[in-house]
Design a protein. Structure first.
Length: 744
């Protein structure tokens, strides 16, 4: 047994001071302090209050006259107010009528596009292409910033591992590394190089932290999370966002170790601010400070306000507990004014950095707004981005792309085929169905002349009847091929949209079963916001395309793939289980004492189910293409390294198919022996490459200390010498394998 402690290499974690200058050396800090000196206590508290416009994205509390509050200097920021005209009108109240003329911030949930809607985040992550995500977020930033909005409540960095949870759709999936990468590019895309730019807006890393771990996937429910899981799985994307200088962080509605995140001083103040040196604003989730009362940790609004401000939450979104109580609490010496001043300073600093004191209407540009929103370039980008986000799950006998010279008639079935609302998904900014291309529209557009198109709805999303089904079966029987567009409505995913079943809603599944009885080949085009249990479909349907919610140009993107204009290359950022009974089922589970391997699986006392095997239906990282790739064995340039050294791992990948394509090459590592149980593999890097038919490319990864460290029993990040296995492959199940040693 090796004496790990002797040669453990402690990775120095201490953060560096990010902005290496002191307050008094920064001209903005001076301006902030000068302004604070002029403010009354009530005006300070006003900066900490965020109000919502008429549109509500949470339970509505007390209704207030926003304009009157703004004029009295009692509001610091607004959400759900957008559009040049509206923002100008509201900003005007602050600038022309409030005593100190402090400009307001305008925030909105721009989650996957503002007016041009891009694929939902889970789909964006399926591209496994950070540049595609950057492109989408950059356009969203351009559109919103021309329309008065300078603050988005995105990216959502919650790790999503339970398909019942509706917010899987807003996430970048189950893996801390992939989520960190996509989160980082999102922050960079929104914020740009500096806030001087007109199209640089503030991003928000949310929901800090652990929200995705709600038990049984039930929204807003209990979170019980070990320190190890918290730090290894849930925290890294937030650390990555803070390191990318994200402007704001939103604590989650949920608890960690019994403490609601809106009152969690340990994680908000001590970790986020002190350990990680986060310099930006923290904004509560909708009414979350007030909900401390419902959590049973605050007696009343005043108590909730004390706990929120003490924890380090700067802005009270909508709830009003800061507005109603903080000034009195300060006067009664229950909250130090210094705490309020610090929160106010952070908010004012962002307002100065954004240039709002120089020009409060900087983001209001009606000409640019007209030009930018839904421009043809943005639409074209949306189509490209959607194509990159659609995952081909099954394609027996290369049924796709459709060989139209052999097809004389096509049946398109499913209400989602004609739906222009569902295809843009939940949290779709100000996107409108009026601007959307449905699957049916797009198919009509590209189907060759002379080919008969038989469209039948066949079913509503959650309801059907005999005549709908009969009409669809009839249309299907007359056709050479069926394109069934099925899945979830947009409302079945997102916030407050947990499901206890993860199957295609029964009404549509019944329809699909009837269609399959016709014996006609079926292409199942799925729209949904979470992994579904597709076990039946996988057995009976020859081709399955996971399109998630692909956005404004989703119909065209789907048609591009169906008809072979585009070769799909996306991969799953989250595991698809064989049944809900397997959940939770992330790919990087720990090694266990009685694993079920090929040799042991028939034995009784091993880790398995009696009625189903342990394997997922579609593993993390999985996705097909119209071509094929072969992988050479892995070549390591060194078989042994010292702690602190790096090595290169390479493979040669050949496109052995007939068409050009893209492959997502994935690098996983496993620590074979450590002082605590380690995952069977962890994603450490990936590269998306284009390879022409018949060509080969060499792909190399550099494996560094960063890829080998983990938290030991004392939660120190260390590297322990020993053997590491390296896997490079096309998904987390199919790969080449090698190993190397780390010595002291
Ligand atoms: C509640 C959601 O949890 C959060 O993500 C969103 O930003 C706010 N509502 C504002 O709409």
């Amino acid at each position: 047994m090796k004496k790990l402690k002797d040669f453990a290499f402690i990775v120095v974690l201490n953060s560096v001071v990010l902005f290496g200058f002191h307050a008094q050396e920064n001209p903005i800090d001076k301006k902030v302090q000068d302004l604070i000196a002029k403010m009354t206590l009530e005006e300070k508290v006003g900066q900490l209050f965020q109000v919502s416009g008429e549109e509500v994205t949470g339970p509505r509390g007390e209704k207030i006259n926003i304009t009157e509050y703004i004029k009295a200097g009692k509001v610091g920021s607004c959400l759900n107010i957008y559009g040049t005209k509206n923002v100008m009108r509201v900003q005007k109240a602050a600038i022309e009528s409030s005593r100190l003329k402090i400009p307001l911030l305008f925030g909105l949930d721009v989650i996957h596009g503002y007016k041009t809607v891009f694929p939902a985040p889970i789909a964006l992550a399926s591209s496994w292409d950070p540049e595609i995500v950057r492109k989408a977020q950059k356009i969203a930033a351009k559109e919103m910033s021309s329309s008065g909005v300078m603050w988005t409540f995105t990216p959502m960095l919650d790790i999503a591992r339970d398909p019942r949870w509706g917010r899987v759709v807003e996430s970048f999936g189950e893996d801390p590394y992939l989520v960190s990468v996509m989160g980082r590019v999102s922050v960079e895309a929104f914020q740009g190089e500096s806030f001087d730019k007109k199209d640089s807006v503030m991003a928000t890393a949310k929901h800090y932290v652990g929200y995705g771990a709600v038990q049984a996937g039930r929204e807003y429910y209990t979170v019980d999370i070990s320190k190890r899981t918290l730090w290894e799985i849930y925290m890294p994307p937030f650390k990555a966002a803070v390191d990318t200088h994200v402007a704001s962080v939103m604590p989650a509605f949920t608890t960690v170790n019994g403490v609601p995140m809106s009152a969690n001083k340990e994680l908000v103040n001590d970790v986020l601010r002190e350990k990680w040196r986060f310099q930006g604003i923290t904004v509560s989730d909708w009414n979350a400070i007030h909900e401390l009362i419902n959590h049973g940790v605050a007696e009343n609004g005043a108590d909730a306000a004390v706990q929120g401000i003490n924890a380090g939450v700067d802005i009270d979104m909508v709830g009003g507990d800061y507005m109603n109580n903080l000034a009195a609490l300060v006067k009664d010496n229950k909250v130090p004014v210094a705490l309020v001043d610090k929160a106010v300073a952070r908010i004012l600093k962002k307002k100065f950095e954004l240039g709002l004191f120089d020009n409060p209407y900087k983001y209001c540009d009606s000409e640019k707004e007209k030009e930018e929103l839904l421009s043809s370039a943005n639409r074209e980008a949306a189509r490209e981005i959607a194509r990159e986000s659609i995952v081909l799950l099954k394609n027996d006998n290369n049924i796709l792309p459709l060989k139209m010279k052999d097809i004389k008639s096509v049946a398109v079935v499913g209400s989602l085929a004609e739906s222009k609302r569902d295809i843009i998904g939940p949290w779709c900014g100000i996107g409108s169905e009026k601007d959307t291309i449905s699957v049916l529209d797009a198919i009509k557009d590209v189907i060759p002349r002379g080919t008969v198109l038989n469209y039948q709805k066949g079913s509503e999303i959650e309801d059907n009847n005999e005549s709908l089904v009969n009409a669809a079966v009839n249309a299907a029987s007359k056709s050479d091929i069926i394109i069934a567009v099925l899945g979830e409505s947009s409302e079945m995913s997102g916030e407050a949209a947990s499901r206890s079943s993860i199957e295609i809603p029964e009404a549509q599944k019944t329809l699909l079963k009837w269609l399959s009885i016709t014996g006609k080949p079926i292409v199942l085009v799925l729209m949904n916001g979470r992994p579904l249990d597709l076990s039946w479909e996988d057995k009976h349907i020859p081709a399955i395309l996971e399109t998630w919610f692909p956005g404004t140009e989703g119909g065209n993107a789907i048609a591009d793939i169906l008809f072979g204009k585009h070769n799909p290359s996306a991969k799953l950022p989250i595991t698809f289980p064989k049944s809900l009974g397997q959940v939770p089922i992330a790919y990087n589970h720990l090694m266990c004492g009685r694993p079920a391997t090929t040799e042991t699986v028939t034995q009784k006392y091993v880790s398995k189910y009696l009625d189903i095997d342990n394997e997922p239906l579609y593993p993390f990282g999985y996705g097909l293409t119209y071509t094929a790739f072969s992988y050479s064995p892995i070549y390591l340039d060194k078989k042994e390294i010292k702690i602190g050294e790096s090595l290169a791992a390479s493979v040669v990948i050949k496109n052995t198919g007939k068409v050009d394509g893209k492959e997502v090459v994935q690098l996983y590592i496993r620590d074979m022996l450590a002082s605590v149980a380690r995952p069977i593999m962890d994603l450490k890097d990936f590269k998306k490459v284009s390879i022409k038919s018949g060509d080969s490319v060499k792909i190399s990864f550099t494996i560094t200390s960063d890829h080998l460290k983990f938290y030991n029993k004392d939660m120190e990040e260390i590297i322990e010498p020993g053997t590491f296995e390296v896997y490079i492959g096309t998904n987390s199940r199919d790969y080449q394998k090698e190993s190397f040693k780390v010595v002291k």
